[in-house]
Design a protein around this ligand. Structure first.
Ligand SMILES: Nc1ncnc2c1ncn2[C@@H]1O[C@H](COP(=O)(O)OP(=O)(O)O)[C@@H](O)[C@H]1O
Ligand SMILES: [Mg+2]
Length: 251
């Protein structure tokens, strides 16, 4: 087999008191791709994410990241390996400014002692990088505001900036454009595209325009199972997908 798979699941299953939220899901995420997980509400997308980042322990099944079995690892271990979920970074501090928030994430990525951070050169280097990340998510003009002052959509954008600051090998994004207006959606979609250049992205996304524009591969879940998989054209022409998903609800 020649394909380079960064993340794989086999028979991933999660039951809640007898209710099967995720049912025998087998995923293959190609390194360097943008892979979307879509499906109607209650399909099991968020539960899948929680399993992948180890916030939930699977009832059965296996998760492999970069060829290593990570099924038994803790969330912090997973992040350490380079698999980071956007909300997982509790690095959004409500009373720090946006610039400080991104700078903290950059410093976390870099590691090192506190003395090191007092160096003026290092701080201004981080400031420049922080501003460019904020610009990328459309928050440059708000850099001096505290995170708590932001409306919801812009908080998500900040979350994305701090996640990218951590420079993970693979990013998991749960509805990155949720709560955003059109302009912000376009900007965040462009940003996801640009950060995917040298990493892998797996995202849950409701906005099908974003999915169609960004995704190399789409997996459609319904009732915890994989219903269809492929590129946007393949998936959107799938009769059962049309019936179960495209036809109802989401525009
Ligand atoms: N902790 C839980 N306990 C019981 N049922 C849950 C729990 N989390 C999710 N579920 C159920 O599992 C199903 C899938 O939920 P979820 O993964 O959030 O779906 P999605 O993100 O696709 O909307 C839903 O029916 C939901 O009610
Ligand atoms: Mg969800």
């Amino acid at each position: 087999m020649s394909e380079d798979i960064i993340l794989a699941t086999d028979d991933l299953t999660k039951e809640f008191a007898g209710f099967v939220a995720v049912n025998g899901v087998t995923l293959r995420v190609k390194r360097g791709s943008i892979h979307a997980l879509i499906g109607p509400n209650g399909a099991g997308k968020t539960t899948c994410f929680n399993l992948l980042t180890k916030f939930l322990q699977p009832t059965r099944g296996k998760i492999t990241f970069n060829g290593n079995d990570i099924t038994g690892l803790a969330p912090a271990d997973i992040a350490q390996l380079g698999l980071v979920r956007s909300f997982q970074i509790s690095a959004v501090f409500p009373h720090l400014t946006l610039r400080e928030n991104v700078r903290v994430a950059l410093q976390r990525k870099r590691g090192g002692s506190f003395d090191f951070w007092r160096s003026k050169n290092v701080l201004s280097e981080f400031d420049d990088r922080a501003m460019s990340l904020l610009e990328g998510v459309g928050l440059k003009q708000y850099s001096h505001l505290t995170a708590v002052e932001l409306p919801y959509g812009r908080k998500r954008a900040l979350e994305l900036a701090t996640t990218i600051a951590l420079d993970p090998e693979m990013l998991l994004l749960d509805e990155p454009t949720a709560g955003m207006g059109h302009e912000d959606i376009d900007r965040v979609a462009a940003l996801i595209k640009s950060v995917s250049a040298n990493r892998t992205v797996l995202m849950v996304e409701h906005n099908l325009n974003v999915v169609a524009t960004l995704s190399d591969t789409i997996t459609v879940l319904t009732r915890g199972r994989v219903l269809a998989e492929g590129d946007y054209k393949t998936v959107s022409n799938h009769p059962e997908v049309k019936e179960a998903y495209m036809g109802v609800g989401h525009a």
